[in-house]
Design a protein around this ligand. Structure first.
Ligand code: PLP
Length: 311
């Protein structure tokens, strides 16, 4: 089911709920999702619990008969936490609630949450599926007929439907999804390795994948690790982060992700500016954290660019 934006798709899922219902969600969420939950749907009497989902057992402490939805993002944006989808699904099924997974970062090429027990898969099609940073769209996938009918009613009633030009652009983008993802993964690995090497000398700390605490879960539920990389500067200096982000030439300083062009983003002042400071710092979105959306350019150009920017 396609929507005029990723947020339009998420909005439709939230409209399955009614006042008094509770939602359990990760504590490192896409900033816009956090804003929608806390600033829009909280006003409609829906209660949210933002918890650490890197251990799915944490859900048990918050789940009760009012819990109707578990909202999972994995890998998370921007701290690249990994959440065990299968484990969340077992808990959701036992407690009769819906498990929805925002699969934007992995794309369907790298991860298929429905095969792992998710009831709803949400995509910001704007990102990898579109792939060219020139279209905004969202999608929901589900396999249960009655859930489909409830969502189709909301979809038809509430108006977040995509236009024909957007649909054309997305269909064009999807044709190369497999090729782009392979290159995103290849380039991502090289850059992760480069950042790790430079960390010894350059005071940078990699939040990428290889020695990641939930690496074994990532390996189990993903085909590869994608092109999203976050790293923190050991100096903790926002100024140094700004300087790095503005001295790259091949990477563009911009929000969004998943397009063919490489982007650098400073989450604290850009994508996650609407998350309260204490909240974001607690999950690792520090003032010196930078997020890369590694594109499909020549890897030597990308690494040379980072090299000259890190100095
Ligand atoms: C971009 C994004 C969204 C929102 O999608 P839009 O298409 O921009 O509305 C939701 N979740 C994640 C993880 C995203 O990166």
């Amino acid at each position: 089911m396609c929507f005029s934006s990723g947020m339009g798709a998420t909005d439709a899922v939230m409209k399955l709920l009614k006042p008094g219902d509770e939602v359990i969600s990760g504590d490192d969420l896409y900033g816009g999702t956090y804003r929608m939950f806390t600033k829009v749907f909280a006003n409609y009497g829906i209660k949210f619990h933002f918890i650490n989902l890197t251990d799915a057992n944490n859900i048990s402490k918050y789940i009760n008969s009012n819990t109707k939805l578990i909202w999972v993002e994995t890998p998370t944006n921007p701290t690249m936490q990994i959440v065990d989808i299968k484990a969340c699904s077992a808990i959701a099924k036992k407690n009769n609630c819906i498990l929805a997974v925002d699969n934007t970062f992995a794309s369907p090429y790298l991860q298929n949450p429905m095969d792992l027990g998710a009831d709803i898969v949400m995509h910001s099609v704007t990102k990898y599926l579109g792939g060219h940073s020139d279209v905004v769209m969202g999608a929901l996938c589900m396999s249960d007929d009655s859930l489909y009918e409830r969502l189709a009613f909301i979809h038809n009633s509430c108006g977040a439907t995509p236009g024909p030009m957007d649909s054309f652009l997305v269909l064009r983008g999807i044709k190369t999804l497999h090729l782009r993802m392979e290159r995103h993964c290849f380039n991502g690995k090289q850059i992760a390795a480069f950042l790790r090497r430079s960390s010894k000398n350059r005071k940078s700390l990699l939040l990428g994948f290889e020695d990641h605490p939930n690496h074994h879960i990532a390996k189990m539920q993903m085909r590869d690790f994608g092109g999203m990389i976050s790293f923190d500067l050991k100096s903790h200096s926002q100024e140094e982060a700004f300087k790095l982000a503005s001295s790259v030439k091949v990477f563009s300083l911009a929000e969004s992700l998943g397009g063919v062009e490489s982007l650098v983003n400073h989450p604290a002042s850009m994508t996650h500016a609407s998350v309260p400071v204490a909240e974001r710092v607690r999950v690792g979105v520090t003032d010196s954290l930078l997020r890369l959306s590694v594109g499909v350019e020549d890897i030597d150009d990308l690494i040379a660019d980072l090299k000259q920017a890190i100095g």
